[in-house]
Design a protein around this ligand. Structure first.
Ligand code: GLY
Length: 381
């Protein structure tokens, strides 16, 4: 892996999906280019910006100004911040607001926000008038490197995360890296777990680069853009080869079977951000792989050491309120995993590791060894 450039010029990563191909534009201050890009893509379009209250405070006006300067009319739809907005109630509120804003078939929905807003607005666009195109303007690190790319949209059911949704690809993604300057360190760290994920699952050289350069990624130098662009290239490659997750795309779920159960057990609350759940989940996946004799214990330790070095939680016991009912209970965690989309006839699917940089899909994992493994982890206070 070569060292990143001192000054990072914006880059465009192509998501090669034939007539649904689109660009991910990555760079500082790219939000200002949104209006001209939208006007060029869809002359005469109307837009509705879906965002949350916190993002609106920082970025709604510059977004509207960029679109207005290019002569693009906008409406604004503001939802509450947080995972709770990925609900039937908020979906209905956003859908009705889009209809009231007269967003028609050829118009565009603009998702301005993190993963929650992107998933919600993307799903609302997917079902509005049987499908309206949308643009992702991700404002969190997690959304820039993962959720804004690849067309997974949806909301949560009270019975599980992302159980209601659709594949609906955006027509453009603008990842303005300067918007990350307003993220809390905790939010940035949570997004970093998904950056590290690309190294752990398929690119050992990138993981080694992150081990050396993570402080620069956090401090906001050109290393940050380099890490985001590398992550987006990895994701774009996987999505273009396996859009509907019939094979390889499942590798991107590394850490997510454990992680989603942990998020559910903590009530999708601020006790555990998604990326934090993925961090603990990736370490558990590595340790479970080591227990099965698939990855060396040294490689599993290397993964834990790096995630821990950047301040991410890596153990069940690191999660706030760990001792509360539900989290310190292997059977309860297993029951939550059984609700995952990745379950087939009672057998679990895990993404396991053979080495740092080499993940594999393990279908048909019996629940019993997973329960034993979790009980072992829970016993270690
Ligand atoms: N976040 C995993 C995927 O997009 O497939």
């Amino acid at each position: 892996m070569t060292a990143p450039l001192k000054h990072f010029a914006s880059v465009t990563v192509d998501v090669a999906l034939g007539d649904r191909a689109y660009d991910i534009v990555i760079g500082r201050d790219e939000l200002a280019s949104l209006g001209t890009r939208v006007a060029a893509l869809r002359p005469g379009v109307r837009t509705a910006i879906v965002t949350d209250r916190t993002v609106a405070k920082h970025w709604l006006e510059p977004t509207e100004a960029s679109l207005a300067a290019a002569g693009v009319p906008t409406a604004r739809i503001i939802v509450e911040e947080g995972e709770g907005s990925k609900s039937y109630a908020t979906l209905s509120q956003v859908s009705e607001a889009l209809i009231a804003a007269k967003i028609e078939r050829n118009d565009l929905v603009i998702a301005l926000g993190g993963g929650v807003v992107g998933d919600l607005a993307g799903f609302a666009a997917a079902i509005l008038r049987r499908g309206v195109d949308f643009v992702q303007v991700p404002t969190s690190l997690l959304a820039q490197v993962d959720s804004s790319v690849g067309g997974k949209t949806g909301i949560n059911s009270p019975q599980g995360k992302n159980l209601i949704g659709a594949f609906h690809q955006p027509v453009l993604v603008i990842a303005d890296t300067s918007v990350l300057d307003t993220l809390s360190p905790r939010q940035f760290r949570a997004g970093y777990a998904e950056v590290a994920k690309y190294g752990i699952l398929g690119d050992e050289a990138f993981f080694a680069w992150l081990e050396k350069n993570h402080a620069d990624v956090f401090s906001g130098s050109a290393a940050r853009e380099h890490a985001i662009a590398t992550s987006c290239r990895a994701k774009a490659g996987v999505v273009s080869r396996d859009e509907r997750e019939t094979g390889e795309r499942a590798l991107l779920n590394l850490g997510h079977t454990f992680g989603h159960a942990l998020e559910a057990a903590t009530g999708f609350s601020d006790r555990l951000f998604h990326g934090e759940g993925v961090s603990v989940g990736m370490v558990l996946a590595a340790q479970f792989s080591a227990q099965l004799g698939m990855i060396s214990p040294d490689d599993a330790t290397r993964i834990e050491r790096h995630l821990s070095a950047v301040g991410l939680p890596t153990r069940l016991q690191d999660i706030a309120g760990f001792a509360q009912e539900g989290l310190a209970d292997a059977d309860a965690l297993l029951a939550l995993m059984a609700q995952d989309k990745k379950v087939k006839r009672g057998k679990l699917t895990f993404i396991l590791l053979e080495a740092v940089g080499r993940a594999v899909i393990a279908n048909n994992v019996e629940p019993a060894p997973v329960r034993d493994f979790l009980q072992g982890k829970l016993a270690k206070h």
